[in-house]
Design a binder for this molecule. Structure first.
Ligand code: GDP
Ligand code: ADP
Length: 191
């Protein structure tokens, strides 16, 4: 029987650096596929439909839920986000490893269905640094940043649910730790 791909789940409060770390991991391990989520959030400048997210309306998203097309979904910071069941299943069935950047609610749903998922939580070095990174990124309005900061503490409180916790202080060190987790799983060390 063909080996099924591993599923790596990464969560973090907004601004902790999970998109940056995911991009770095995919450069080091180009054979991992990034799962492109569906969302009702508006695209940010520089984001592309079908590359960063599948940007859809609330109606289209609700229809996908009703039809059972989502492996998991959640409402995060006032928008729907979710993972396509068909795409995920088709990828892992081919033996390809998949990286999911999803929130804590989605991570719990995935682990309930598939306990073998490898879970990684990214922590910022501090709450002040988290805010500084969101402000420096310059992609969100002050209201959006406040909403994300308000949700951050509750999200970080759930880090014990995750098998691996990485503090993203020095970027190179955090990338190395992330790559080590993935390589360890592939070699069966910390699977
Ligand atoms: N449950 C779930 N959460 C998702 C999915 N895609 C993205 N998210 C989460 O939604 C939150 C907001 O993501 P985003 O709007 O890109 O903002 P960012 O975290 O500031 O980059 C983050 O916690 C993501 O991990 C998904 O498919 N399912
Ligand atoms: N280790 C780090 N040190 C300093 N800045 C960082 C670090 N990691 C990421 N950043 C910056 O912080 C901001 C938020 O990172 P991003 O990857 O968009 O976070 P997330 O996807 O978790 O919301 C970006 O401007 C990014 O360049």
């Amino acid at each position: 029987m063909k080996r099924r791909g591993n599923i790596y789940i990464v969560s973090a409060p907004s601004g902790a650096g999970k998109s940056t770390l995911c991009q770095e991991l995919l450069t080091v391990c180009p054979d991992i596929t990034y799962s492109i989520s569906h969302t009702t959030r508006a695209p940010r400048g520089g984001e592309e439909d079908g590359r960063d997210y599948h940007f859809v309306t609330r109606e289209a998203f609700q229809e996908r839920i009703a039809k059972g097309l989502m492996a998991e979904w959640a409402e995060v910071h006032g928008n729907y986000y979710g993972t396509s069941l068909e795409t995920l299943e088709a990828t892992v069935a081919q033996g390809i490893d998949v990286l999911l950047d999803i929130d804590v609610q989605g991570a719990r749903q995935m682990c309930e269905a598939l306990p073998e998922c490898v879970t990684i939580f990214i922590m910022p070095p501090s709450v002040d640094e988290l805010r500084a990174r969101l402000e420096k990124r310059g992609t969100d309005s002050p209201e959006t940043i406040e909403k994300r900061m308000a949700n951050a503490v509750g999200e970080m409180d759930q880090r014990d649910f995750y098998r691996h916790v990485i503090v993203n202080d020095d970027l190179a060190e955090a990338v190395a730790a992330f790559v080590a987790v993935v390589k360890g799983c592939r070699e069966g060390v910390n699977a």
